[in-house]
Design a binder for this molecule. Structure first.
Ligand code: AGP
Length: 630
């Protein structure tokens, strides 16, 4: 959940475009701040000493500190933005943490699960601690090993060897970066379960929690595997396992461009990303079917014969990604007739689930680093299930640990509140469902072609919603002082209601709750009071059964009790008007694809209301973009 950056350039500054470690590290932290912003800190190696600065609060506080107390210019440095786990977001608990008499600095992402035992062991040796963090324990362990086991001798691997020995003692999830005053041209890093990528430059090399940490300087990246140590200098990158055995990283090209990771003229990343959605859906569809409407998901590298044997699908995800999975469930079961369960990843492996080689586990994750989802995928693989990852981050851990991956091509999603990734996840899940149906012959290829044709019309329909969102924005601003908003939906509208509520909670800090509309009379209707705002996501009147009529009745029921009925309905649906205070129409589209449209007004509503309250919609309080701790 933290942002991590490391850099080493040539000491003479030549050949590395004259970058300074501090500039590179601070630029990387700026781009990674969405991963956590409870505190920030940097450490550089210059003139035989470690110099560091760290401050609680956002990166801007650290920048002010550096303004007041500058660091020396140098070419070796590390930096960190923190999402607090052990110990509050204070200056003292901010990273880096020092050891070995201030000659070693360490930063960390993750949780050291055996830190208490190690702390006791080190205190018994006379080590004292200034913070409450597990990270400081890791720093002290590393420093103690460097000094006592290696006698501070840098000739035999020095910090690298010390890191290997330290990692053999650590339990839990961690990405560690360390520098030492006696090795001024080296940054050493280690990873277990937490994300870390290497950036390759000319006369300079980089480390980052993800490629945003160095995207301004290079797009050559190297994936690191589990339990690996990497040592970077200006001209070398050496990878080993925790016992010193050489290991290989896999180089790939980062296809993001720095501009696309900027706001593009919008007031926030979230606003930009909501407006990126036509492109996010379009890009996710691109190149995945042939001119005959046949799906060509060649990245699904699982034997088709095995996929034909699948008799159960379990979707694993958290938060918004789980709601995308819930939408997908309706579609996959409809097209493939395979029982599909959606499980919150953090609940899944603790309920002793039933799965085997004929179970297909589909994980959905924007970041590909959500620890809850990663651990659930690992568990599923141990039980023999096949695993497919739907993910938005190239080379991240969950796809790497899955049998196959279906990338969403939504581009970098910086805002903590997920929007374009959500629509892209639903789109990718639809493609997977159609692919399985095609493989198994459940539905006629003609039908698949029709669904793909309908999907290809979605980007333009989303654009029309975006272009006509003025009245909705006005309503949102007028409601900025509301204390509670309810959301109702049925069938695929139900997960949309859940997602609409989550968006409002996340960025406007308002109590919001999504319900299955049919559940209302079983209790929640007691919440309806005079003036209670209720969003209702209405199914298409052209849809199946009497779903539409039932939801219109639900609108009447809440309206009759004084609710403010805010309705999302399909263009042409006149039946809802009589009971709606406001109706926001979305273009006509088949029922199963409606979530790609009905979600958009709810995203806009949440964004506009939170903005009217003056909140930071990109970095909401208490949250981080990627939850890489369990
Ligand atoms: C959604 O707006 C939240 N940021 C959160 O629920 C998120 O969807 C969840 O943490 C899963 O993240 P992932 O998609 O990166 O796995």
């Amino acid at each position: 959940m933290c942002g991590i950056v490391g850099y080493v350039g040539r000491p003479d500054g030549h050949g590395n475009a004259g970058h300074s470690a501090l500039d590179v590290v601070l630029e990387g932290l700026r781009r990674l701040e969405y991963r956590g912003y409870d505190s920030a800190g940097v450490a550089v190696v210059a003139d035989g000493v470690i110099s560091s600065r760290k401050k609680s609060g956002k990166l801007s506080n650290l920048l002010a500190e550096l303004e007041a107390r500058p660091l020396p210019e140098t070419v070796t440095g590390i930096g960190h933005t923190r999402w607090a786990t052990h110990g509050g977001p204070t200056d003292q608990n901010a990273h880096p943490h020092l050891s070995d008499g201030g000659k070693l600095a360490l930063i960390h992402n993750g949780i050291i699960e055996n830190f208490a035992e190690l702390k006791r062991e080190l205190m018994a040796k006379g080590v004292t601690f200034a913070s409450e963090t597990d990270t400081e324990v890791a720093a002290a362990l590393l420093g103690d090993i460097f000094r006592t086991k290696l006698n501070g001798d840098v000739s035999d691997g020095g910090l690298t060897r010390a890191m290997q020995l330290a990692c053999q003692r650590l339990e839990g999830a961690f990405t560690l970066l360390a520098v030492h005053a006696d090795q001024p041209d080296v940054v050493v890093a280690a990873r277990r379960n937490s994300p870390l990528v290497v950036g390759l430059g000319e006369g300079e090399n980089f480390l980052g929690s993800d490629v945003s940490g160095f995207i301004d300087y290079t797009r050559r990246a190297v994936e690191l595997g589990q339990d690996q140590i990497v040592t970077i200098t200006a001209d070398s990158v050496d990878i080993t396992d925790f016992y010193g055995a050489p290991a290989e990283g896999k180089e790939y090209h980062v296809d993001w461009d720095p501009a696309s990771a900027e706001k593009g003229g919008f007031s926030s990343f979230m606003a930009k990303e909501i407006n990126d959605q036509p492109d996010a859906v379009g890009q996710t569809l691109l190149g995945r079917s042939d001119i005959n409407g046949k799906l060509t998901l060649d990245e699904i590298r699982i034997d088709p014969e095995l996929l034909k044997q699948v008799n159960k699908i379990i979707v694993l995800a958290c938060g918004t990604a789980a709601y995308a999975g819930t939408v997908a469930k309706y579609a996959i079961e409809n097209w493939c007739r395979i029982p599909t369960e959606v499980e919150l990843a953090h609940e899944f492996r603790y309920r002793d689930p039933i799965l085997d080689a004929n179970t297909l586990v589909v994980s959905i994750s924007q970041s590909g680093e959500t620890m809850d989802t990663l651990m659930a995928v690992r568990y599923a693989r141990e039980q023999g299930a096949k695993t497919i990852s739907i993910c938005n981050t190239n080379g991240s851990t969950i796809p790497r640990e899955s049998d196959a991956v279906l990338y969403t091509h939504a581009g970098p999603e910086i805002a903590v509140a997920s929007t374009k990734a959500f629509l892209a996840q639903i789109t990718a899940a639809y493609l997977l469902g159609l692919y399985l149906a095609q493989l198994r012959g459940n539905i006629f290829s003609g039908q698949i072609k029709d669904v793909l044709a309908d999907l290809n019309k979605i980007p333009a329909k989303i654009q029309s919603i975006l272009d006509n969102s003025g009245p909705l924005r006005e309503l949102a601003r007028s409601m900025k002082d509301e204390k509670s908003v309810l959301f109702l939906g049925r069938h695929v509208g139900y997960p949309v209601a859940l997602e609409g509520a989550l968006k409002l909670k996340e960025i406007a800090y308002i109590h919001a709750e999504g319900f299955a509309a049919g559940e209302l009379k079983h209790g929640p209707i007691a919440l309806i009071d005079e003036g209670q705002p209720v969003f209702v996501v209405v199914p298409s009147p052209r849809g199946r059964d009497s779903l539409h009529a039932k939801v219109v009745s639900n609108i009447q029921e809440v309206r009759a009790r004084g609710a403010r009925t805010l309705v999302i309905a399909e263009e042409g649906d006149e039946a809802v008007k009589a009971y709606a205070e406001h109706v926001f129409y979305v273009p006509e589209t088949p029922t199963l694809l409606m979530p790609l449209l009905t979600t958009v007004p709810l995203q806009i509503f949440a964004l506009e209301l939170a903005s009217a309250k003056g909140y930071d919609v990109d970095q909401p309080r208490n949250l981080a973009k990627s939850v890489t701790v369990e």
